[in-house]
Design a binder for this molecule. Structure first.
Ligand code: NAD
Ligand code: DAU
Length: 336
């Protein structure tokens, strides 16, 4: 399969490129990425010389760039990862969230429609279901109830993508995954932030009471789920991809402190995130039944691998933490 993938200089997209090429599961991958603060070509250094891989710097909201790329590459499918992906940033600065997640997705869908593309996988999130009371969990028909500008933009782009199937018969598939973790994740998200701060002996900022629950999915399991949807999913359908691992944030942070050998006293309670969703929970039964996929990584093993990676890649962390990251850290944490 010849793929155009968007946003693969980021965390999950780069893992998708590395693992897909390693498994020989695509004959060519063209990565269209704008290189925002979250895009880092270092994440793709291991495949940069691979003749099956090409990088194109560009904005998914730029119709001319997208149309020219599809005309030149004639891919079998688009896998669409590119997004502004951080909830806190979406609260401080929603404009790029709208531009990329909504306008960018619209631009890609329009170009895909014109090019009569055979498959379009839109990578989305369980955040679109909003906070879910225990013991319920969302299946794919659960109502959408987005809380942040980020989750609202993802819910909107999911609906837009599905409308292209209903109206234009563009073979769109939507995936909704839970919280990912693993190597190369930008240290603004819970797990990499807490690991990198713990390794430096810095404070670990816990929003509110820390009892919010997330389902944790190892990034390579997510990528395998996306490949299962790409190859075996039904057009026009939505597929949840979860890790079967629900934990309160405080428990995750305690395990990080244990894995890094740091004391619990590093944990500091700070002002809660506005509109903070209390609990995410989903079932991936549909994907498991239709494709045979299931998450393989045990959380403690995945966390140990991730801690080791951050310990061994301090220079990567230092480089991404310089410049823009410091400004964001001040904006997000100084007032809390
Ligand atoms: P990320 O922030 O690490 O990477 C995003 C990438 O998109 C970056 O390389 C960035 O340069 C690129 N990008 C941003 N705007 C762009 C634009 N206008 N044009 C081209 N490229 C652009 O994100 P991630 O965590 O890897 O998430 C990837 C996708 O998976 C997103 O769609 C996100 O909503 C979804 N998702 C993430 C998680 C998670 O836990 N991180 C869970 C479920 C779903
Ligand atoms: O559920 C999937 C979603 O998971 C993805 O769609 C998003 O792209 C991804 O960012 C993630 O969203 P969350 O808001 O759940 O992830 P985050 O890592 O920002 O926060 C996880 C939990 O940890 C949440 O309850 C907020 C809390 N938290 C986070 C940070 C950054 C803290 O307590 N302190 C922090 O400093």
């Amino acid at each position: 399969m010849k793929l155009v993938v968007t946003g693969c200089a980021g965390f999950i997209g780069s893992a998708f490129v590395r693992t897909t090429l390693e498994l020989n599961a695509a004959s060519r991958i063209v990565n269209l990425d704008k290189l925002t603060y979250a895009g880092n070509l270092e994440n793709l250094a291991s495949v940069a010389q691979d003749p099956r891989y090409r990088f194109v710097q560009g904005d998914i909201a730029d119709a001319a760039v997208v149309e020219a790329l599809l005309a030149e590459e004639k891919p079998d499918a688009i896998v669409h990862f590119a997004a502004e992906s951080h909830v806190d940033r979406s609260i401080h600065a929603p404009t790029p969230v709208f531009e990329t997640n909504l306008r960018g997705t619209f631009t890609l869908l329009e170009a895909a429609r014109a090019a009569k593309l055979a498959r379009f996988v839109h990578v989305s999130t369980d955040e679109v279901y909003g906070s879910i009371d225990a013991p319920h969990e969302a299946d794919e028909s659960y109502p959408l109830k987005a809380s942040s500008p980020y989750s609202a933009s993802k819910a909107g782009s999911d609906l837009l993508a599905l409308s292209y199937f209903t109206t234009y018969k563009l073979p769109v598939l939507v995936t909704r995954a839970s919280n990912n973790y693993g190597p190369f994740q930008f240290p603004e998200k819970l797990i990499p932030l807490m690991i990198s701060n713990a390794l430096d002996g810095r404070d670990l900022p816990i929003y509110g009471d820390g009892q919010q629950v997330r389902d944790w999915l190892y990034v390579d399991d997510h990528c395998a789920g996306i490949r299962a949807v790409l190859n075996q999913g039904q057009a026009g359908e939505v597929y949840n991809i979860g890790g079967n691992c629900s934990l309160p944030n405080l428990e995750v942070v305690r395990r990080i402190l244990k894995a890094t050998g740091q004391p619990d006293s590093l944990m500091k309670t700070v002002t809660d995130r506005p509109g903070h969703d209390r609990r995410y929970a989903l079932t991936s039964e549909k994907l498991e039944k239709e494709t045979g996929w299931s998450p393989q990584m045990d959380f403690d093993r995945g966390l140990a691998l991730t801690v080791d990676w951050y310990r061994d890649n301090r220079e990567w962390v230092e480089r991404v933490r310089s410049g823009e990251y410091r400004r964001f850290y001040d904006v997000n944490y100084a007032q809390r």
